[in-house]
Design a protein around this ligand. Sequence first.
Ligand SMILES: *[C@@H]1O[C@H](CO)[C@@H](O)[C@H](O)[C@H]1NC(C)=O
Ligand SMILES: *[C@@H]1O[C@H](CO)[C@@H](O)[C@H](O)[C@H]1NC(C)=O
Ligand SMILES: *[C@@H]1O[C@H](CO)[C@@H](O)[C@H](O)[C@H]1NC(C)=O
Ligand SMILES: *[C@@H]1O[C@H](CO)[C@@H](O)[C@H](O)[C@H]1NC(C)=O
Ligand SMILES: *[C@@H]1O[C@H](CO)[C@@H](O)[C@H](O)[C@H]1NC(C)=O
Ligand SMILES: *[C@@H]1O[C@H](CO)[C@@H](O)[C@H](O)[C@H]1NC(C)=O
Ligand SMILES: *[C@@H]1O[C@H](CO)[C@@H](O)[C@H](O)[C@H]1NC(C)=O
Ligand SMILES: *[C@@H]1O[C@H](CO)[C@@H](O)[C@H](O)[C@H]1NC(C)=O
Ligand SMILES: *[C@@H]1O[C@H](CO)[C@@H](O)[C@H](O)[C@H]1NC(C)=O
Ligand SMILES: *[C@@H]1O[C@H](CO)[C@@H](O)[C@H](O)[C@H]1NC(C)=O
Ligand SMILES: *[C@@H]1O[C@H](CO)[C@@H](O)[C@H](O)[C@H]1NC(C)=O
Ligand SMILES: *[C@@H]1O[C@H](CO)[C@@H](O)[C@H](O)[C@H]1NC(C)=O
Length: 525
Amino acid sequence: MIFKGVLAAGFIAAVSAAPAPQVTGTSSSTTSSSSSSSSSSSSSSSSSSGGAATSYSYPQSTSVNSAAVSSAASYAGIPVSELPGATDGVVPLVSSEVTGTTSHGPYSGTPTTTGAVSNSPLATAIPVLPPNATELTYSPNGSLHNPQPIPYQPAGGLGTSGTEPVYRVQSDFDYESILLGLYQEWIELDLFHYILATFSEADFTAAGLTASDRYLIEFMADQEAGHATLLSNLLGGPGGATPQCTYNYPFTTVPEAFDFAQKVTRFGESGVWGFQAHLDSREVAQLLSQSIATEARQQMIFRQFRGLFPMPVWFETGIPQSWAWTLLAPYISSCPPNAKRLAWQNFPALHVLNQPNSARRNASQTGTNETVGWGPAAPSSDVPANQSCIANNVTGFDCSAAISQNRTIPLSYPGRPVYLQWENPGQRVGPNNSYVTASNASTPAWVLWVTQLNTTYSPLTNITRLNGTNYGQTIQPDVSTYEGDPAVNGTMFIAITDTNTTYTPFNLSSVNPHVVAGPFLYQAG
Ligand SMILES: *[C@@H]1O[C@H](CO)[C@@H](O)[C@H](O)[C@H]1NC(C)=O
Ligand SMILES: *[C@@H]1O[C@H](CO)[C@@H](O)[C@H](O)[C@H]1NC(C)=O
Ligand SMILES: *[C@@H]1O[C@H](CO)[C@@H](O)[C@H](O)[C@H]1NC(C)=O
Ligand SMILES: *[C@@H]1O[C@H](CO)[C@@H](O)[C@H](O)[C@H]1NC(C)=O
Ligand SMILES: *[C@@H]1O[C@H](CO)[C@@H](O)[C@H](O)[C@H]1NC(C)=O
Ligand SMILES: *[C@@H]1O[C@H](CO)[C@@H](O)[C@H](O)[C@H]1NC(C)=O
Ligand SMILES: *[C@@H]1O[C@H](CO)[C@@H](O)[C@H](O)[C@H]1NC(C)=O
Ligand SMILES: *[C@@H]1O[C@H](CO)[C@@H](O)[C@H](O)[C@H]1NC(C)=O
Ligand SMILES: *[C@@H]1O[C@H](CO)[C@@H](O)[C@H](O)[C@H]1NC(C)=O
Ligand SMILES: *[C@@H]1O[C@H](CO)[C@@H](O)[C@H](O)[C@H]1NC(C)=O
Ligand SMILES: *[C@@H]1O[C@H](CO)[C@@H](O)[C@H](O)[C@H]1NC(C)=O
Ligand SMILES: *[C@@H]1O[C@H](CO)[C@@H](O)[C@H](O)[C@H]1NC(C)=O
């Protein structure tokens, strides 16, 4: 139903149909008959040539729901034949069989394979180089510098030559990035359904949510089904895509669930902002932006459901793929044998022992480890009612679900001592415990704060090692993007590094060989 309408149906069909001949790589002269409008054109699931060990397939044949079409025509009072697009085939959802009843919980088996996908890396780090000289030559002064290709069209831009768009990944970088994105969409689809299925109407009402709010959660799950379908198609179809997995969640109450959801959608969104501009395929980047714009809205809605100020920053930050994978992996307990494996790094886990507790009226009173469960996105735990801001009807001290809640006492502040704990590398994490945490960094010395438009470091002090676990502390920095916008706010990212080399949003992934542990989602505001 989301893809109904002539534009959407034809558009999405083109996305999934176009790659098929190229992916199979067989006789390239096939007439791909890219007229996507016939009612069951179907790029038939010619079982994968994608090289997966165990094959994966999903329905791709378009169909027309004639009952729905008749109903629409009847509502409009016109014949079906006069309703544009009504008889065009609609692409099925990849996830159509998923009903939210998948099992949940930890994994207790033995992995049959371990480690990230890899071949033979050519080096161990990306050098820090001066700017590309050609990027310093264009002079933005209001004049047109080159002949326009056509009237009203200035010269330049990527992918503007008129070639037919190819909506398919074009490099290992593209493939691994979108595959990570698909892992993210699948957990969100499951999470949103799980939240609805786990809690009662009374639980939601107590957290300040109405029936319409619950419908919004259901609709956001439907959006995820659409995103998972889009990303599966951008990966070239079943030969490149990966199925949904089994998940394990740390929350036990509705407010904790929303806190977890606002954190998961934060690293989902920021994970894409970190690589979107680096994709080789501009076509993929285009459609990805259009899905992540929706994800960004979801993140804000979960903040509102959690009773947090909806957007306390001026800019949303981006993080490298390995950061997003490190944050996501602990919540995936197992994947089917035909799942595709990722190439990204899992860093050793980092915890903030005094993570500000957003369930408190006064988060300055947060004690040690007031989170529930495990993992870098572990939600703030509910506190006794007389200290809780949930259902506390006092302006400035209320965190019931709302369009906006303005805290009188901010969750954190510049100068706040932050107590850290991190693991050594070599721990099993992620689906089937089949990935292994790793770090190539040397001595831990700095805490890297990644937020809004830039990064900053604070010194890591009082480093101790107790019984194989590492401890240290730092001070929350006081930096601004522009005048009037403190940079450290919202749910943002910190990591422990061995360097204080400056990295900025477009080259942040170059810090990876220097990451000792993390990232962790710090709840600054
Ligand atoms: C510098 O930029 C130009 C134009 O974008 C590009 O063709 C070239 O490959 C870049 N050089 C390096 C070293 O990145
Ligand atoms: C803008 O820069 C171009 C290239 O340097 C130059 O040819 C042109 O005269 C400049 N225009 C103005 C208005 O300064
Ligand atoms: C919040 O908690 C801090 C730390 O206990 C305390 O110093 C401060 O007075 C409290 N603020 C209010 C308004 O209760
Ligand atoms: C924090 O407490 C939870 C239990 O609520 C526990 O599972 C977790 O391991 C603790 N984390 C740390 C870093 O001690
Ligand atoms: C909250 O209630 C408990 C007893 O239930 C009491 O010990 C505690 O002092 C109260 N805290 C506040 C901040 O009123
Ligand atoms: C909150 O308090 C205000 C004023 O005291 C009152 O008008 C309102 O009904 C209360 N809301 C709830 C949900 O109790
Ligand atoms: C919102 O909270 C800030 C403190 O974080 C306070 O300075 C400001 O006055 C509050 N505004 C309103 C309208 O309550
Ligand atoms: C974060 O933003 C909110 C809303 O503007 C503000 O009240 C709060 O003081 C900020 N927190 C920090 C740590 O700057
Ligand atoms: C980012 O921070 C670095 C280090 O403080 C600074 O040199 C650089 O100008 C900042 N960049 C932007 C775009 O703010
Ligand atoms: C340094 O860390 C140790 C272990 O975490 C802690 O017991 C001690 O209080 C810390 N020292 C300071 C000055 O914070
Ligand atoms: C150190 O770790 C081992 C193994 O996890 C555990 O058995 C032991 O109790 C720990 N000792 C201390 C002092 O925490
Ligand atoms: C980076 O660290 C060095 C010492 O290792 C120090 O001299 C320098 O001031 C630091 N730079 C920043 C921006 O903190």
